[in-house]
Design a protein around this ligand. Structure first.
Ligand code: ATP
Ligand code: MG
Length: 570
């Protein structure tokens, strides 16, 4: 393709709205443009990459025996109502009505619809196992769309669903998908880690996420280099220390509690300053609204509450921190002084807090805290559970070695669903004896747009994107330095044609621009191989450079062509 004819609207300036490398670069390199919050159009260069990622996914799905189909994005409400997810999705689901008042949604994910389809067409054990997939647009009205296509409101997902006779066969289907996912992300050139994930309200017997380690990731991942354990922080189990401070013997004796006036101290930092002690010696009491119920939740002063763990413990659908007015109503005090003593709501206590002695809590009175509080003696827990987020250095739940914690981008998710949907929607098969059984299901998702953005996050430098060859929009760019020079143009044209004939995807930058501008664009767009035709054209010498390396070398035309071909694998 000749660059002079192409629609590649690159930008020199970094768009103000973009915070992370991939988002900035996708806009700057002219890969996409924003239409509205969390809604984007892919432009030609971006769409080529998008389709390559999609194609890698498709090839590996097909190779694993999954069959592609396509369903509508506009879906009737009934199946979601039958599974209960019409409510569960809450505000995240885009809902609409047709002219007759019938309810629909724009599909956020298709478990119900695949289940319905299989149910209507398949009755016999002989039809199983069956894995179906589609690569299709999903809609989710995310609370906080951000980072470009990383978390958008419209995105394309490859979603696959397996149907089996029993758990043992599900394990086989699941393993095939696991292996296909590894191949997909390997081929995309991603450095990723597979972590155990929470199965949460969806039920199911196991789930794993494919995470790309990145400082801009939104999921915490805990992993252990000693034994290989890896889990996301919603799942990673926290092993409590034996004693609140782990060292002082005296703290194991229960001391008399006392109320202390703490007029200007309400945050942990202010309290540490006031009491001259460590955050570990406090227990925070947080007030939450879980569906329609108010609960108090306690974690150690230096810990983070994990809302997913709490949600699972409570078995609630909606969970949010109570507003100041509710806090005042429940505790009788302003925010910052809540505590477990005398409070009249269920109190969920983190495992670690249950092992603490003589700690500081709010006194449910504005301006006061209690010292030397002890569980069971001074208050009762409604429930003790692991509800905090694991931290770097905590004990590995499997082997006890200190864990590492990093951030990751979830690009794929595989899930053993079991019979949750097949039972709800009555998707059954008849076994050899004519007996009815619910099919056992798995579901498997990959975000195509997010994967594309994650590839950029891991492959870029100050000058732009560095595409892995497998997903690069074009493999090679041929740059004549001076388009007015006939010899240079002729040679560039010859290289361009020969590479094209060999099946290489090649660009010819025939624009009448300064070479610096062309080099900058080629680097920004991230074409893996650049062949520059300049002053030495008369001698048949060109400059050969890889985007991923800083050095370049002079080569004969033949050598440059064959190097490019072998780089591309042609
Ligand atoms: P997250 O926790 O990031 O919201 P999720 O658990 O909701 O993800 P799944 O429902 O498992 O995601 O969807 C499967 C895949 O779809 C994810 O692994 C991710 O790659 C992609 N995905 C999910 N939500 C979005 C989104 N808002 N924008 C882009 N891709 C998304
Ligand atoms: Mg989500």
């Amino acid at each position: 393709m000749r660059v002079s004819n192409m629609f590649i609207p690159t930008l020199r300036e970094v768009p103000a709205e973009a915070e992370i490398a991939s988002h900035k670069l996708m806009l700057r390199a002219g890969l996409m443009r924003k239409l509205a919050s969390g809604i984007y159009s892919f432009l030609p260069m971006g769409y080529r990459v998008f389709r390559k990622v999609e194609q890698i996914v498709r090839e590996e799905m097909d190779r694993a025996g999954a069959q592609e189909l396509i369903m509508s994005a506009l879906l009737p409400a009934e199946a979601y109502q039958a599974s209960g997810r019409w409510e569960v999705f809450g505000a995240e689901m885009f809902r609409l009505k047709d002219r007759g008042g019938r309810e629909f949604c724009l599909g956020p994910t298709h478990e119900e619809i695949f289940t319905e389809t299989v149910k209507n067409e398949t009755r016999s054990y002989r039809s199983l196992p069956l894995t179906l997939y589609q690569i299709q647009t999903k809609y989710r009205d995310e609370r906080r769309p951000r980072f470009g296509v990383m978390r958008s409101r419209e995105f394309v997902m490859k979603d696959a669903y397996s149907f089996d006779r029993d758990e043992a066969n599900l394990d086989i289907s699941y393993k095939k998908m696991y292996e296909a996912y590894c191949k997909i992300f390997d081929r995309c050139g991603l450095d990723y880690i597979v972590v155990d994930a929470d199965t949460g309200a969806m039920g199911g017997s196991g789930s794993q996420e494919f995470m790309v380690k990145s400082s801009i990731g939104e999921s915490g991942i805990a992993y252990c280099n000693a034994c290989g354990y890896a889990a996301n922080d919603e799942k990673a189990e926290c092993i409590p220390e034996n004693c609140c401070c782990g060292q002082k013997e005296a703290c194991c004796e229960q001391l008399e509690y006392e109320k202390v006036a703490t007029p200007n101290a309400r945050t942990i930092e202010e309290l540490m300053e006031f009491f001259k002690c460590d955050a570990k010696e406090f227990a925070k009491t947080l007030i939450y609204k879980a569906d329609d119920k108010i609960v108090a939740v306690m974690v150690r002063g230096d810990r983070e509450l994990n809302e997913t763990k709490l949600q699972n413990t409570l078995g609630c659908i909606e969970l949010e921190m109570a507003d100041a007015e509710t806090v005042k109503k429940v505790t009788g005090a302003d925010v910052g002084f809540a505590g477990p003593v005398g409070i009249n709501v269920d109190t969920i206590v983190d495992l670690e807090v249950a092992g603490m002695k003589n700690f500081v809590t709010g006194a449910n009175e504005t301006g006061f805290h209690y010292k030397n509080i002890n569980i069971d003696r001074d208050f009762k827990a409604t429930k003790v559970a692991d509800i905090r987020t694991i931290c770097e250095g905590d004990k590995c739940p499997k082997c006890g070695a200190p864990v590492k914690v990093e951030l990751g981008i979830e690009v794929g998710h595989i899930f053993k669903l079991g019979t949750k949907y097949t039972q709800a929607l009555n998707c059954i098969y008849l076994d050899e004896n004519g007996k009815e059984n619910p099919m056992v299901m798995g579901c498997y998702g990959i975000g195509i747009n997010r994967t594309m953005a994650a590839i950029i996050e891991q492959n870029n430098d100050d000058n732009g994107i560095i595409w892995p060859m497998s997903v690069a929009p074009y493999h090679v760019i041929v740059v004549p330095v001076n388009t007015g020079d006939e010899l240079q143009m002729e040679l560039a044209q010859k290289i361009y044609s020969e590479l094209m004939e060999a099946g290489v995807e090649v660009l010819l930058d025939d624009r009448n621009e300064r070479p610096g501008v062309k080099f900058k664009d080629a680097d920004l767009i991230g074409i893996p191989v650049r062949i520059t035709v300049g002053k030495k054209a008369a001698e048949g010498i060109v400059e050969y450079k890889l985007r991923s390396k800083s050095e370049f070398s002079d080569m004969s035309v033949e050598e440059a062509i064959s190097s490019a071909k072998s780089e591309v694998g042609k």
